[in-house]
Design a protein around this ligand. Structure first.
Ligand SMILES: [Mn+2]
Length: 321
């Protein structure tokens, strides 16, 4: 029996994602729930505070309900997916999560505390970390896994050779088409408005042929940043105001891969500098900060300017009007 099945045998399992669970987080949760069916007593997927519309849509299509709160006393085991730091689980206290606790994650650094088992690797999507640790997959699990990979690799933009190998093993029948369909129609009008309105205050800078695009958005900072990359930016930085500060998110195009690490060089230092925490991946990273959004944006842009200027010494830089 594999370690996850052994750990969770006969348990009432809480599968917890980061707050506002996205398609990769919820997709991974579904793959796990499917693979433990018949092993656990019950499996409940919880995305603290809220769940993204697209992820909720995927869950519904596959017959799963995603809860946004939970009574912890109902569970006697936890699987934490796609979450590297305890302050990304909002209303929950990491120290009070039911044990045994398995942490399944693809962030760096991943230091979620109290893990009984840690299944962590730096791969483009969280579901790719889980796949080698579970057996034969159901059709639902294959659709969920493909959707998670499509979403977190930004439709294969961040894919590696092993991503494609995983994808091939997941395609048996019409799973890929189902996964693509499940991603469509997930964006609601408020998300589209957030993207289009954010473009009104978009700023652009050029560093040796690379374009840095940044702006403030009302909401959906990750979607806005992804769209800026699609439109041609090499780096996109987007900030939104939150209750006690702001959330700032960055995305990198493949053109700068290996030359800039958003998590290590930008958002982790910014997190320390501006009373918050930052992390993620080299090409997709974010920070929650107790700081004015404008201040956070200009501090982040300054760090990136410095890094880009340092690695590409030539002139021909500056604002683009
Ligand atoms: Mn993820």
């Amino acid at each position: 029996m594999n370690p996850l099945k052994q750990l969770f045998s006969e348990k009432n399992l809480l599968i917890l994602t980061h707050q506002h669970g996205d398609i990769d987080a919820i997709g991974t949760a579904i793959v796990l729930a499917e693979s433990l069916s018949g092993v656990v007593k019950s499996a409940t997927i919880v995305s603290p505070s809220s769940v993204s519309k697209a992820a909720n849509q995927l869950a519904k299509t596959l017959g799963y309900e995603v809860f946004t709160e939970a009574d912890l006393t109902r569970f006697d085991a936890t699987a934490m997916v796609d979450t590297s730091v305890p302050d990304h689980i909002a209303l929950f206290d990491a120290a009070k999560l039911p044990t045994p606790l398995a942490v399944i994650d693809h962030h760096a650094p991943s230091d979620f505390p109290g893990a009984t088992i840690k299944i962590v690797a730096q791969l483009p999507s969280c579901v790719e970390v889980l796949l080698p640790h579970i057996g034969e997959l159901t059709r639902k699990a294959r659709v969920a896994a493909l959707a998670a990979i499509l979403a977190d690799t930004r439709q294969f933009n961040q894919a590696t050779r092993s991503t494609f190998e995983a994808v091939i093993s997941l395609m048996k029948d019409d799973e890929y088409v189902q996964a693509l369909n499940s991603l469509r129609g997930g964006q609601d009008i408020s998300e589209k408005i957030a993207v289009l309105k954010a473009l009104q205050n978009l700023k652009l800078e050029k560093h040796k042929g690379y374009l840095l695009a940044y702006c403030k958005a009302g909401s959906f900072e990750a979607t806005v940043a992804n769209q800026l990359i699609r439109l041609g930016a090499d780096v996109a930085i987007v900030v939104t105001e939150k209750d006690e500060g702001c959330r700032i998110t960055g995305r990198l195009a493949r053109s700068l891969e290996g030359r800039l690490d958003l998590a290590k060089e930008v958002f982790e230092p910014i997190g320390r500098q501006l009373n918050g925490s930052g992390g993620g991946h080299s090409a997709a990273s974010s920070a929650n900060l107790k700081s004015e959004p404008e201040k956070a944006l200009s501090a982040t842009v300054k760090v990136i300017n410095r890094l880009l200027t340092a690695s590409f010494r030539d002139s021909d830089d500056g604002n683009v009007d």
